[in-house]
Design a protein around this ligand. Structure first.
Ligand SMILES: [Zn+2]
Length: 477
């Protein structure tokens, strides 16, 4: 995170003529989501008989077909000079009151809004085309015997590239070249630029978040914000943890470190920050509590890109306590199998001390706990003879729940996966792990348990389908 947070709103002019220079270049800004509406309703037809609208819409469709970005066509006229939050294109004899340069064919105007993390995102992008230039619509060479004017379709392709956040490209063949030329379709370099911005690739390692406690470190070898969010100049290290919610939940996070100036953020699946600790307290530690709707999220553990406080550093070990309180069971990460074979199953679970009114992870020893899990069985497997497995991991010890309802140390039967139930599998299997368990009554005052749930088929007893992220139970006074 950069220390200065301010609202940025400025415009950038991108002109299709001029000179400059390298592989695809990004402006440093992008849309938060790779899909925008574009208002297109221009008057007129080229000498070739093709309307300007047809040529412009063909250019939009080419970006849609060749890249992850998507333009949604709105066939209505809007003034591209209006600061109305709408993206539009039109011809004009001036560039919003200023004269077009003699060699300028069109201008794309971008405005931005600040982002908590990374560069400002684009909020509006309008294209103004000089109506006094001689345009036509045709493929192939720019200057051809018998054809007058410049091909409007490739101008539209270029300006729409600026709309995406691409800058001029001078070393590779590209529609984003600063000067109009013989290229009339998107080139590999243009497509690669759009892929980088909107391909959805997370350019940093992502761990699945297990609610409970995490220990890790922010250090020189970690991913940087500038790698995660191309275009950002923020060089602070960042760790990413993914999690998903299937019911509304409140997530409470505490990040502590003996050295690190901790910053906690929660981002949505598009890496847009939905909550962050504003560090209003004068401590190195960070805490954040946020109510979240069902969806996919990232927990981001970050620091600053240059030291802010004398007493805190910008690298070092940290611990995060992540507690979840939800109104329903929550998913346990992606599904997997012992052999690595793909499986289309879903696993969720929850721990409640109030008969299912809410589910969370951390309880006092005196709480009376019910732990339940649900497995959505792979459609290929239901109706078959199978078995269910419940495992509890405490430190290095693995315990299996047996058919008699007792947890048995796996060390007693090495290599054996003890089954909780043998049964014909149905679409949804509900598992009751414990009911009315009071840790204090067993002499437990402090403990961390990681639960795993799985199932298998009698026909292949060596295979087990389970999940990546454990259900964590923390007992603490
Ligand atoms: Zn340009």
């Amino acid at each position: 995170m950069r220390r200065t947070k301010k609202i940025l709103l400025f415009t950038l002019l991108s002109i299709f003529v001029g000179s400059q220079s390298h592989a695809f270049k990004i402006s440093g800004n992008k849309w938060a989501i790779g899909e925008i509406e574009y208002f297109v309703d221009m008057d007129g037809t080229a000498a070739s008989g093709i309307t300007w609208n047809t040529a412009f819409i063909a250019a939009m469709n080419e970006w849609n077909a060749e890249t992850p970005f998507n333009f949604i066509l709105r066939e209505e006229n809007r003034n591209p000079c209006a600061n109305d939050g709408l993206n539009s294109v039109d011809f004009s004899d001036s560039f919003c009151g200023s004269e077009f340069g003699s060699s300028t064919l069109a201008v794309t105007v971008l405005s931005y809004k600040s982002a908590i993390l990374g560069a400002p995102t684009i909020r509006e992008a309008d294209i103004i085309i000089d109506q006094n230039k001689d345009f036509n619509v045709y493929d192939g060479r720019l200057v051809q015997f018998g054809i007058q004017g410049l091909d409007f379709r490739r101008v539209a392709l270029h300006e729409l590239g600026h709309v995406l956040g691409l800058d001029h490209e001078t070393s590779n063949a590209a529609i984003m070249a600063p000067n109009i030329g013989n290229l009339d379709r998107l080139q590999a370099d243009d497509i690669a630029g759009a892929e980088l911005l909107y391909g959805g690739a997370i350019n940093c390692a992502v761990a699945e978040l297990a609610f409970g406690s995490i220990t890790n470190a922010l250090e020189d070898t970690d991913c940087r914000v500038s790698e995660l969010l191309p275009g950002s100049s923020d060089s602070s290290p960042i760790d990413l943890y993914s999690f998903a919610l299937t019911s509304p939940a409140t997530i409470s996070l505490g990040m502590t470190s003996s050295t690190l100036d901790s910053v906690l953020l929660i981002a949505d699946e598009n890496l847009q920050v939905v909550a962050f600790d504003d560090k209003s307290s004068n401590e190195c530690d960070s805490s954040l509590t946020q109510f979240l709707q069902p969806g996919s999220y990232f927990l981001l553990a970050n620091t600053f890109d240059s030291p802010v406080k004398d007493e805190c550093d910008i690298s070092g070990d940290y611990k995060i306590n992540a507690a979840l309180s939800s109104v329903g069971l929550n998913p346990l990460g992606s599904s997997t199998s012992l052999t690595g074979a793909a499986v289309n199953a879903g696993f969720s679970a929850g721990i409640t001390s109030n008969n299912g009114v809410s589910f969370t992870n951390q309880f006092p020893p005196s709480a009376s706990l019910d732990i339940t899990a649900q497995i959505d069985i792979d459609p290929q497997h239901f109706g078959q003879a199978g078995f269910l497995v419940i495992a509890a991991v405490i430190d290095e010890q693995i315990l299996f729940l047996n058919e008699a309802g007792q947890f048995i140390d796996s060390a007693a039967n090495p290599g054996v996966i003890t089954r909780a139930v043998n049964k014909t599998l149905t679409a949804t299997e509900e598992l009751t792990v414990v009911e009315n368990l009071i840790p204090a009554s067993l002499g437990i005052s402090e403990m961390q348990v990681s639960f795993f749930f799985g199932y298998g088929l009698i026909s292949s007893p060596g295979q087990l389908y389970y999940h990546q992220t454990p259900l964590k139970l923390i007992i603490a006074p």
